[in-house]
Design a binder for this molecule. Sequence first.
Ligand code: MLT
Length: 309
Amino acid sequence: LCSFVAPVQAQTYPTRSITMIVPFAAGGPTDVISRIVTSHMAQTLGQSIIIENVVGAGGTTATTRAARAANDGYALITGHMGTHAASVPLYPKLAYHPEKDFEPIALLAGTPILILARKDFPPKDLKEFVAYVKTNAEKVNAAHAGVGSVSHVSCELLHSILDIKPVGVPFNGTGPAMNALVAGQVDYMCDQIVNAVPQINAGTIKAYAIATPERNPSLPNVPTTAEAGLTTFQAQAWNAMFAPKGTSPAILASLNAAAVKALDDETVKKRLLELGSVIPTPGERTPEALAALVKSEIAKWTPVLKPAS
Ligand code: MLT
């Protein structure tokens, strides 16, 4: 007697929890955006997504680790304008290349940059800020999340426009940098909006301007840099999800679909919008669009940024 056993269908991805590497400290923009989006993605995928904050070197330590992780879909990274673009010119010995070592999954959020200061920093508006930091460039300091981070690169751009070189104070993320700003331990910072909205609304810091052409609905009273007299400072960062190179197209498709579904969810959208994020349009959510963004951002930042000394 012979019996035929139907082949066991291999259970499809994911069959266990996924690790999402966040290259900065908990509580900062990358962490907050990752948690909002992955909590919904976990429901779609039927597995938990565990956030692992791996800090250091402006996010490049974690990004190197993610590039070297197994390409089986169980170790992913939320990268951004710094880790996946600005780090290329800033770190000549970078141990990964954003295009060669990663598969793009999806853009998660655009994040306008604001010029922020401790509450008792003397200048009361952007014009006074410009005059003050130019006069006191030797004395003032700017907090950032490490060389190559968004906060570092954005203030580098601001400083090059103002032709000043103030002291930078590095932190493991703008989560802790924001705590120092609130505590009055540092003077100012160029930070992504998601980190700034709760503090501006609580009145614990000053916001001089938002570096986008339009005001942001979450901060209707904060003027644009153009309104405040510094049109040339325009900066918006982005956060996106990547997998190690060689991850299978089927896994990448599941992850992209789950990310897109999260971005369409009303609760996720509401939370991201409350924090001032710009939600990617459907056309901007494809892996191809993210690949094109990374390419264009590397091309944009390479002539602007010089290797860190
Ligand atoms: C940055 O400046 O790159 C970010 O704000 C990092 C972070 O998420 O803390």
